[in-house]
Design a protein around this ligand. Structure first.
Ligand code: SF4
Length: 445
């Protein structure tokens, strides 16, 4: 939890010596509380005060970095229990599980499939982040070979899962410099695994059978020099996992330091649909990493969509640039459609126009990222704003007709738009999904 200026001030020497560049210790404390200056600017702060301030200003949930370069994922550092109170900051990493008991070809196929799990949604790429290689064989050499193969074929960051610290050490060495998340499934090996994590500069996930056991374990890992920890409270199954993830989040936000780390969750359902449902639920309720067997695109798309929706700032509408967009090989007789610059509205329209294979212009009007009905109700999508957007876009110079298609939900705007713009207005379908048949009929007519 962030400290207030007064809380920081209490720990300062209060001599107002100005050596930090500020006229008083209080002024320095206020700047520090605002995050504009760091404690090391005061040369007179005592070691006790420094340690108290550093530990109090540590985020309630430790930031953990997995992978490097393009594969780097940061999890943790969250500050809220309820998304609407502010926002969630660091999307959960999604990992596809691969067993080292599979043969080489199956490992390669699964890893390649995981690497292909990327989609474009509302103008943003959403994708799987990690492969989680599981040492089910118990064999160190098999594990090491599987890890190398899965990393190479997927092109993704890795989670290395084993019950043996020695096997983890071999596999981590094979991925030297790539910062995989090491996961030790046997709690009795946790301290040995901490040494492996420290030696390889990797984050460490630990499992215990209860939250109490985890709370006892994490200080030992800190003593071994590991700060970047991921917690597995050992629960399995949808209900039990959600309960433990929620408890970890609640306790960490109450500054219970021993559990102040992101958590990892595993889907266990055998039914492929339930795997996707479990993964989505864990993402919605606080998992920092979700490991799943789901590898089919139809399973993963709803999981990644849930993640994208949960981690969008609820106080900031997602908007596209308000402008005229040409979809397909447009010509001067191509239809002109209008919608708002709310990204979900815009991309729904764009997607359906593409699907219709009828080239068309789509004009996104600046409604501050609100949807058609919301913008109409708040008077941001009206005859004047639509006409203004048409003029600004220069659409009249691009087409040889003067016909504008407006969304069916705002048919009431047609007369006003006709008067204001001088174009004739056609009422389009209410939902974007009606556009392909609408456009095809228009073209045929
Ligand atoms: Fe106060 Fe330290 Fe700044 Fe001196 S250097 S004014 S003691 S905060």
């Amino acid at each position: 939890m962030a400290l207030t200026g007064l809380e920081i001030y209490k720990q300062l020497p209060k001599t107002n010596c100005k050596e930090c560049g500020f006229p008083t210790c209080l002024a320095f404390a206020m700047k520090m509380a605002a995050g504009q200056v760091s404690l090391d600017k005061c040369p007179h702060v005592t070691a006790e005060a420094k340690s108290a301030l550093e530990s109090a200003s540590r985020p309630p949930i430790q930031l953990v970095t997995i992978g490097t370069g393009d594969n780097e994922v940061k999890i943790g550092n969250e500050t809220q229990l309820y998304r609407h109170e502010e926002k969630f900051y660091r999307p959960a990493a999604v990992a596809v599980k691969i067993s080292d008991s599979l043969d080489e070809e199956a490992i390669a196929q699964r890893a390649e499939a995981a690497g292909r799990l990327k989609f474009e949604r509302v103008g943003t790429e959403i994708k799987v982040n990690l492969v989680a290689v599981c040492n089910e064989s118990g064999d160190a050499a098999k594990f090491e070979a599987a890890v190398k193969l899965a990393e190479e074929k997927s092109g993704l960051g890795c989670v290395l899962i084993s019950a043996s610290a020695a096997n983890l050490a071999k596999a981590a060495d094979a991925l030297s410099g790539k910062r995989p998340l090491l996961y030790i499934s046997d709690p009795t090996e946790a301290e040995a695994a901490a040494k492996v994590a420290k030696d390889n500069d990797c984050p460490l996930a630990v499992r215990a059978d209860s939250l109490e056991a985890l709370a006892e374990l994490t200080p030992k890992l800190n003593d071994a020099g590991v700060e970047q920890i991921v917690l597995d409270p050992g629960a399995r199954g949808l209900k039990e996992t959600l309960e433990s993830l929620t408890q970890v989040r609640r306790l960490s936000l109450k500054s219970f330091r021993e559990l102040g780390y992101p958590a990892i969750a595993f889907t266990t359902a055998e039914d492929p649909t339930l795997q996707a449902i479990e993964a989505s639920a864990f993402i919605a309720k606080y998992a920092g990493v979700v490991v799943t067997d789901a590898v089919e695109p139809w399973q993963m798309l709803p999981v990644l969509t849930t993640r994208q929706d949960i981690y969008i700032d609820p106080q900031k509408p997602v908007a596209v640039e308000p402008k005229l967009n040409a979809i397909g090989e447009v010509a001067e007789d191509s239809p002109v459609l209008v919608t708002t610059n709310f990204s979900l509205s815009y991309y729904s329209v764009e997607g359906e126009v593409e699907a219709s294979r009828v080239p068309a212009y789509v004009l996104a009007v600046d409604t501050e990222g609100t949807s058609v009905l919301t913008a109409w109700a708040s008077d941001k999508f009206n005859a004047e704003t639509i006409t203004e957007a048409m003029k600004k876009s220069g659409v009249a110079e691009k087409v040889s007709h003067k016909q504008l298609v407006i969304p069916g939900f705002v048919a009431v705007l047609s007369a006003g738009v006709e008067d204001e713009s001088g174009w004739s207005v056609q009422i389009g379908p209410k939902e974007a999904s009606g556009l392909p048949s609408y456009l095809k009929k228009q073209t045929t007519a």
